[in-house]
Design a binder for this molecule. Structure first.
Ligand code: PMP
Length: 366
């Protein structure tokens, strides 16, 4: 069996140890004679799995007690709709920071439902740097500020957490799409009203979502919020308003366990991620063939897009990389070029192998 290095932006690499453990437990979970996939979500075994996962995530992120952790389905894109339903009960306009394709989709969905306003944008610098705090100009009736911590396609990451107030000086909830950067390092959860992440990068299998929401925001849902969209109901019923994505939730739990016990927590993960990204960007900056346009302060640690100076080399680059066991380096179809996603489960040796391959390719073909 060979496991290649997988640089896919999502569904992304999972830790080999996690997959091995899932394999061991697949047919007979802890002597119960059945698979986790075949368990009732209300059984004591599954309840323990779900609670352990939540507890480990709370520990990893030091989630304060006044926050609920939810495990809904529907991908991060469904949150683009669930958020306005849950937070606009008292009216107002959702305000957004526009920094790339994912924030654009979140804006479009909110606008389609109840309206949206772009309070600051990276358009003027062609999505190569995030707006600074003092450029954020909110509407007077702002209900919350939404931003995308890491634009997965553009490779643009916030270097700070925005802090915003309403015109009367009161606190305005900050809502953050953290799909492609959650768990990449420690985080001050108390700075957010809601943060959410699709699972398929740093958490587990696609479809599952993690939502972390501050208690006082659970009473802000619009009266027409669909049952399955309602955070408060989800919180009251332990994310089991209907049958949850049981196996994905279990696998997310194995990833949290791996982060805690194999990696040694998010500070250790943070150091590894910083090293991985720094060496790849250095290799790109040192080369004549490869380049990345993002302002150094906002270069993503998780998604490193780069282009080749000669586009005719794109296909040979991808073919040779694939043959060398370096998978999924093709950039998103909307922007072209290359993208190496360096999520938690991509080992540092994988990044070293990629850098060596890139240098060799440049020497031969550049
Ligand atoms: N937000 C971000 C930042 C993403 O990277 C993605 C997926 N690549 C999404 C939202 C959408 O996630 P999903 O496909 O789970 O709906």
């Amino acid at each position: 069996m060979t496991r290649h290095y997988n640089f896919c932006a999502g569904p992304a690499a999972l830790p080999t140890k996690v997959l091995e453990r899932a394999r061991e437990e697949m047919l007979d979970y802890h002597g119960r004679g059945l698979s986790v996939m075949e368990m009732s979500h209300r059984s004591p075994e599954y309840t323990a799995i779900a609670e352990r996962a939540e507890q480990d995530l709370r520990e990893l992120l030091a989630v304060p007690d006044n926050y609920k952790v939810l495990f809904p389905q529907g991908g991060a894109s469904m949150q683009f709709a669930m958020l306005p339903y849950n937070l606009l009960g008292a009216g107002g306009t959702p305000n957004f920071l526009y920094t790339g394709i994912w924030s654009k989709k979140a804006i479009a969905e909110a606008r389609h439902l109840f309206g949206a306003y772009v309070a600051a944008s990276s358009e003027a610098n062609r999505l190569t740097a995030v707006p600074r705090q003092d450029e954020i100009a909110l509407t007077g009736d702002a209900a919350y500020l939404h931003y995308t911590a890491n634009e997965t396609i553009g490779g643009l990451e916030f270097d700070y957490i925005p802090e915003v107030r309403k015109a009367d000086g009161s606190e305005l909830p900050v809502v953050c799409d953290m799909s492609s950067s959650i768990l990449s390092g420690p985080l001050d959860v108390s700075r957010f009203g809601v943060l959410y992440a699709g699972a398929q990068k740093n958490i587990g299998p696609a479809g599952l979502v993690v939502v972390i929401v501050r208690d006082d925001l659970l009473d802000r849902a619009r009266p027409d919020t669909p049952t399955m969209f309602n955070y408060k109901l989800m919180a009251e019923q332990g994310s089991m308003v209907n049958t949850p994505a049981t196996y994905s939730w279990y696998l997310a739990g194995l990833v949290f366990d791996w982060l805690k016990n194999d990696v040694g927590g998010l500070e250790a993960m943070d150091a590894i991620n910083t090293r991985k990204a720094a060496k790849l960007y250095a290799a790109i900056d040192d080369s004549e063939l490869y380049s990345n346009p993002i302002a150094p302060l906002n270069r993503s640690r998780m998604n490193v897009p780069f282009v080749l100076a000669d586009e005719r080399l794109n296909q040979p680059f991808l073919d040779e990389a694939d043959a060398a066991g370096l998978l999924n380096l093709k950039g998103h179809r909307s922007v072209g070029g290359m993208r190496a996603s360096l999520y938690n489960a991509v080992p540092e040796e994988g990044v070293d192998a990629l850098i060596a391959f890139m240098a060799d390719f440049e020497k031969r073909r550049g």
